[in-house]
Design a binder for this molecule. Structure first.
Ligand SMILES: NC(=O)c1ccc[n+]([C@@H]2O[C@H](COP(=O)([O-])OP(=O)(O)OC[C@H]3O[C@@H](n4cnc5c(N)ncnc54)[C@H](OP(=O)(O)O)[C@@H]3O)[C@@H](O)[C@H]2O)c1
Length: 264
């Protein structure tokens, strides 16, 4: 299969590109800086916020391979801090990288997938795309946007033989924690005394989380399925339970549990 995957410099992207290339797929992966650690992978330098660069990358793959079977939209980042203190610039980066990046990639591959009459689109959401996480509110908003978009995309593209799958990982130990852009002003810390404890908890959970190759193996299984499921939660039992509780508990009870977990 011909696979286009974004953000393969570390974490899920790196492990998924590694595994899929070892399995014999033609893998085209994007990076923002010089990386050449996977010899069988075709690296493409781009930032997913750049529409034109994404279009050119897809054009390049089509010229070489004649088709694209799978898009794995993985690139993403997180900002952390009280919602009130996030700057306009930070919010735009969050939404542009996580949500508009997906839109750019989907827009670029869809004309070819429609013509082929087949294709798989896999988007990395998060458990934070199913529940608003305190002090990661804009990150959650970017993933909720992915959820809404993919639900509609799935329906629109079904007649063309294209499947859409949304993956919601729980806590994983990747470069994500170190790359998080956190509010550091003393004003933010003083105004929201719970913030530091809550973000420390988030980072502690992520650092002790699952290893990214677990998710890579799941993606490998998904792309081999003729009709993959629409949604997957890939996480510890406790986090899968939280997703279940969010669906079935009264909102007030669920908010109380989440608040307690994050010392609010
Ligand atoms: N780790 C978790 O616990 C977790 C949980 C739920 C969901 N996720 C999601 O999983 C995805 C992958 O994250 P990860 O955990 O593997 O983190 P990671 O190790 O930090 O990898 C993120 C990748 O995305 C790239 N990226 C970020 N912004 C980009 C942009 N504007 N344009 C192009 N590439 C960009 C990074 O490139 P650079 O190296 O150039 O920054 C890196 O290759 C993200 O969408 C994240 O939201 C992660």
């Amino acid at each position: 299969m011909v696979i286009f995957i974004t953000g393969i410099s570390s974490g899920f992207g790196l492990e998924t590109a590694r595994l899929l290339s070892q399995e014999g797929h033609a893998v085209y992966g994007t990076v923002r800086r010089e990386v050449t650690s996977l010899p069988q992978v075709n690296y493409i330098r781009l930032d997913v916020r750049d529409t034109k660069a994404v279009q050119q990358a897809v054009q390049q793959i089509i010229e070489t391979e004649g088709r694209i079977d799978v898009l794995i939209n993985n690139a993403g980042m997180g900002i952390g801090g009280p919602l009130e203190f996030a700057t306009e610039e930070e919010i735009r980066e969050q939404m542009d990288a996580n949500f508009m990046g997906l839109v750019h990639c989907v827009d670029a591959v869809l004309p070819y997938m429609r013509k082929q009459g087949s294709g798989k689109i896999i988007a990395l959401s998060s458990i934070g795309g199913l529940m608003g996480l305190p002090f990661q509110g804009f990150y959650s908003a970017s993933k909720f946007a992915i959820e809404g978009y993919c639900e509609a995309l799935r329906l629109e593209t079904k007649p063309f033989g294209i499947t859409v799958t949304v993956i919601r990982p729980g806590d994983f130990s990747t470069g994500f924690t170190g790359s998080r852009k956190k509010a550091t002003s003393s004003e933010a810390q003083q105004a929201y005394p719970a913030y530091q404890k809550a973000i420390d908890k988030v980072e502690h959970d992520e650092s002790g989380g699952l290893k990214p190759h677990v998710l890579a193996r799941r993606i490998s299984r998904i792309i081999r399925k003729k009709n993959p499921r629409y949604g997957y939660v890939v996480s510890s039992f406790e986090q899968r339970l939280s997703v279940f509780l969010k669906q079935f508990l009264p909102a007030k009870w669920f908010a109380a549990i989440l608040g307690k977990y994050y010392y609010l």
